[in-house]
Design a protein around this ligand. Structure first.
Ligand SMILES: Cc1cc2nc3c(=O)[nH]c(=O)nc-3n(C[C@H](O)[C@H](O)[C@H](O)COP(=O)(O)O)c2cc1C
Length: 375
């Protein structure tokens, strides 16, 4: 019926250490919780008697028509959730006519995703060794990616204590986590045994002689994030990448203005799903301010905590042009592979349609600030 149902099914398939990788936040997870509660402080102002018969959910994002105002967010290690998780998600996105973002830390090479799923592909760049950027960006371009997304809110990984609870010093599963696998034998078979443990797909040079299997190298890879990235690097990337360039992880109007000044096309207002700095506001709490400063001059995307179609409509009403969904898509993927991911998107589509009809709004472009109250 809804994303919460998909989440319940996901917990049956994948073992606890995988679900904590998906669901966990940083520190005390205050921001994680806030990402959901922020939506409750926004209420709708529906207009009745609007003759609401036909709804059009399509819109334009960064020069391309999309069938829903949604993008699948970049997420590392999707292949640890389902075999070929990236391809399944990308196929689901293609079926719904929306972009899919492949992560630098993905387990499927961009070329395979492009060949097997196609569609509107975006590629996310992490601040792992600047000297790899040009090669990765070129790889994404050659594979046919339309858009490059640079993540800016992860100079290092946030304090994710759940990860430490499952892995020991040599980055292998602790016994307790291994013992729980008996209740998830299908996952064990499908993801780890039948095809072998998934590997990082874009880090050949970085891992060189190391073991590239994700459980063996996850800790090493997370320690390779380079905290020295600055705006000058973004300028260089701008010169390198001619297509749409997006900065993901912006939470202040001053950063959004700076992005505009260096020629960025879009920002994703995001706190990384509460996985980085605990204590940041929900992106919904800063969206109005940022849209007030750079709206119309910069495409504004937003993510973190979106689980309902009404959440998406609220963000559009406050000035976003599109929403990235993270865990909501993963719950579908884990619960039912490609069909489950398609289902997650069906749910968003239906819920957005219902909300627009009840609000008396026929098109995405017509969703504006008059549709909501903020408390
Ligand atoms: C399992 C998982 C892995 C993620 N990996 C990345 C990543 O590699 N790069 C990145 O920019 N963001 C990453 N994110 C953050 C998402 O792109 C997105 O910002 C976040 O999930 C949105 O919040 P939501 O999950 O509540 O929708 C990850 C999120 C999750 C849940």
């Amino acid at each position: 019926m809804n994303i919460a149902d998909l989440r319940n099914l996901a917990h049956r398939y994948a073992p606890p250490f995988v679900m904590e990788h998906v669901e966990g936040g940083a520190d005390d997870e205050v921001t994680l919780v806030r990402n959901r509660s922020a939506f409750e402080r926004i209420t709708f102002r529906p207009l009745t008697l609007q003759g609401a018969q036909h709804r059009d959910l399509s819109t334009t994002l960064l020069g391309k028509t999309v069938c829903l105002p949604i993008v699948i967010a970049p997420m590392a290690l999707n292949g640890l959730l389902r075999h070929n998780g990236d391809i399944l998600l990308a196929k689901a996105a293609e079926r719904h006519g929306i972009p899919f973002t492949l992560a630098t830390l993905a387990t499927t090479p961009i070329e395979d995703v492009a060949a097997q799923a196609g569609g509107n592909l975006w590629f996310q760049l992490y601040n792992i060794k600047r000297e790899y950027w040009a090669a990765l960006a070129l790889r994404a371009k050659v594979a046919g990616c339309s858009t490059l997304v640079l993540t800016t809110d992860a100079p290092i990984y946030g304090n994710r204590e759940w990860a430490a609870r499952h892995y020991n010093g040599v980055a292998e599963l602790k016994f307790r986590s291994r013992a729980a696998l008996w209740r998830h034998l299908r996952w064990l078979h499908d993801v780890m045994v039948r095809h072998g443990q998934p590997r990082f797909a874009h880090l050949d040079e970085l891992l060189a002689s190391r073991d590239s299997r994700v459980l063996k190298s996850a800790r090493f890879v997370s320690a390779q994030l380079d905290p020295t990235m600055v705006w000058e690097d973004v300028k260089r990337l701008r010169e390198l990448w001619r297509g749409p360039l997006v900065l993901k992880g912006i939470l202040t109007a001053s950063d959004a203005l700076q992005a505009l000044q260096v020629g960025i096309d879009a920002v994703v207002i995001s706190n990384h799903g509460g996985r980085q700095l605990d204590g940041t506001p929900s992106p919904m709490e800063v969206l109005g301010e940022i849209a007030g400063v750079v709206g119309r001059r910069l495409t504004i995307l937003i993510d973190s905590g979106f689980r309902r179609g009404t959440d998406v409509v609220k963000a559009l009403a406050m000035g976003a042009q599109g929403v990235m969904i993270g865990r909501a898509a993963l719950y579908g993927l884990i619960a039912g592979g490609e069909a489950g991911a398609v289902k997650a998107l069906d749910i968003f589509k239906r819920e957005i349609e219902v909300a627009m009809t009840l609000l008396g709004i026929p098109t995405i472009g017509a969703i504006g600030p008059e549709a909501i109250h903020q408390q």
